[in-house]
Structures are given as structure tokens and as C-alpha cells.
Design a protein around this ligand. Structure first.
Ligand SMILES: C[S@@+](CC[C@H](N)C(=O)[O-])C[C@H]1O[C@@H](n2cnc3c(N)ncnc32)[C@H](O)[C@@H]1O
Length: 261
């Protein structure tokens, strides 16, 4: 996001303040490789050119992430305008959606859940930046712990409210049966008509190069779905109200929104 914000034309397209907030978060996190020098280098024109080259090798791997951020931000703001009073971001990582919107919407509750390994580092960084009082960070391994239990146990979440949830860059780290389990847990955690905006891979066989890279990092991709099969991918009890595959179908990820029936 820091590099994309430096690409001409992108700063104004991304959600307001996103590159700056991402950089601030990484700076207070302070761990290698996110030093001030590295983050300064990440904004250099050659860094933009390098990332643009990467995008040619794997369409969607650079600008696609920006489109994903814009999509999630718009979906959450639309859900708030439609009456959602709480927002849940699953597998939040160092995403800044909650941090950015919590100050803009002080009456809305924002909750993030991430794996304890990443979650602990994010909690320290957010505390240093100044955690908004309407933002809660929870650490939990979604593959091992029941999401509905985690939320039911948190005073920050009310399972009866109209809600918006985001699962961005997350579902493909879960096997297909865990994706369905996650949506069952989400169903139990929010009122009818609540929405979940998510990204998904298309067909794992399409990503030979990218899969070799993520396998080498020890974070293999485990599930995917064609846009036409999303109902089966997430399971019963949801209606897909938006699906946005890119027209050429060459991008890394598809984007979609499911509404709780
Ligand atoms: C590719 S990052 C995406 C981060 C963020 N959602 C974004 O789009 O910028 C994947 C995130 O999923 C989280 N994650 C992966 N498996 C998880 C699990 N079993 N439970 C909780 N979080 C998980 C990781 O900790 C990481 O933060």
C-alpha cells in the first residue's frame, strides 16, 4: 500500500489516508524489514516500477490489492449507511480499514480478529498509534477456535445487530470445509440482512508461480471458487448479492458480497 500510494494516480483512488496510515502502523511496529529507510525506499519511483513489473507476472498482485482495499472500504461504508452498527474484520493483519473508519464513525463498533501471531504485533502497534475507543482487537486462530464463541464472549460484539464483516485475503488460507464453517459461525454472529464482503481465488491450478511462492513461505493456499460456485463455497444461509470477477479473468482474486438470509 505504501508503494501503491506512490504510484501516480493511486493516492486519490485509495481510501483516504490509507498509505500514510499503513506506513505509520509499520513504523511503530518497528520490526525488520519495516525500518524508516526501507519504507522510504518503498515510495521511490524504481520501487513502483518493480512492483508494476510484478503485476505483469501476476496480474492483481500490486494494483489488485488496491482495488481490493477500495472495494472493502466501499462495502463497509455502504453497509453502515444501510444501518449496520458494527463492523468485523477477519484475519485483519496490518489492514487499516478499522483504524481509518473508527474515528470517522465514532458510534459504530469496529472489531478485528487475527491469528495470535500477527494479532499480538498489531495490538502493540495500534496501541502506540492511539487505539480508538470504539475499536477492539481480538487474537484467535480461526482454524482452531469457534468464531461465534469468540464473538459471543466479547463485550464489543452484539450477535443480534445488523453488521458488516470483511474477509479480505483470508479464505484461501482455509480448507473448503473451514470456509463453510466460518460462514456458519458468521451466520450465528449477526442479524439477518448483515453482509460479508470477501475476496477469493478462482481455481488453484491457475496460480503455479504465485503458489510456489506462498508454499515456500509456508502459507499455502488451500481453497478457491469460481464466481459462479460461490454459493456452494460459502454454504447455505447466504445470498451472493455482488460478485466482481475481472472481465478478462486474469487477476489474482475475485471480490464478492454475501448477505445473511
Ligand atoms: C494475506 S493476510 C491479509 C491481511 C488483511 N486482511 C489484508 O487484506 O490486508 C492474511 C491474514 O489472515 C490471517 N490468518 C490466516 N489464517 C488465520 C487463522 N487460521 N486464524 C486467524 N487469522 C488467520 C493472517 O494472520 C493474516 O493477517
Amino acid at each position: 500500500m505504501v508503494t501503491l500510494g506512490a504510484k501516480p494516480g493511486w493516492r486519490d483512488r485509495l481510501p483516504a489516508g490509507l498509505p500514510e496510515l499503513s506506513e505509520a502502523l509499520l513504523l511503530v511496529y518497528g520490526a525488520y524489514p519495516f525500518t524508516p529507510t526501507v519504507l522510504e525506499l518503498a515510495r521511490k519511483p524504481w520501487a513502483v516500477r518493480l512492483a508494476t513489473l510484478g503485476e505483469r507476472l501476476q496480474p492483481g498482485a500490486f494494483e489488485g490489492l488496491g482495488k481490493r482495499k477500495i472495494f472493502m472500504d466501499r462495502q463497509v461504508q455502504a453497509a453502515i449507511a444501510a444501518g449496520a452498527s458494527q463492523v468485523l474484520v477477519l484475519g485483519a493483519g496490518f489492514d487499516t480499514l478499522c483504524l481509518g473508519l473508527a474515528r470517522e464513525y465514532p458510534r459504530i463498533r469496529f472489531v478485528e480478529i487475527d491469528h495470535p501471531d500477527t494479532g499480538a504485533a498489531k495490538q502493540r502497534a495500534v496501541a502506540q498509534l492511539g487505539q480508538p475507543s470504539n475499536m477492539t482487537l481480538l487474537a484467535s486462530d480461526l482454524a482452531a477456535v469457534s468464531l461465534s464463541r469468540v464473538l459471543a464472549d466479547s463485550p464489543a460484539w452484539d450477535t443480534r445487530r445488523l453488521s458488516a464483516a470483511v474477509a479480505e485475503g483470508l479464505l484461501y488460507y482455509l480448507p473448503a470445509d473451514s470456509v463453510q464453517q466460518l460462514f456458519r459461525e458468521l451466520r450465528a454472529s449477526m442479524a439477518p440482512a448483515s453482509r460479508v464482503a470477501f475476496s477469493h481465488l478462482y481455481d488453484l491450478r491457475r496460480y503455479r508461480l504465485a503458489r510456489a511462492a506462498v508454499n515456500a513461505e509456508g502459507e499455502p493456499w488451500l481453497s478457491a471458487s469460481e464466481p459462479s460456485d460461490l454459493e456452494a463455497y460459502i454454504g447455505a444461509g447466504w445470498s451472493i448479492v455482488e460478485r466482481c470477477p475481472d472481465s478478462a479473468r486474469r487477476e489474482l482474486e475475485g471480490l464478492a458480497v454475501a448477505e445473511r438470509l
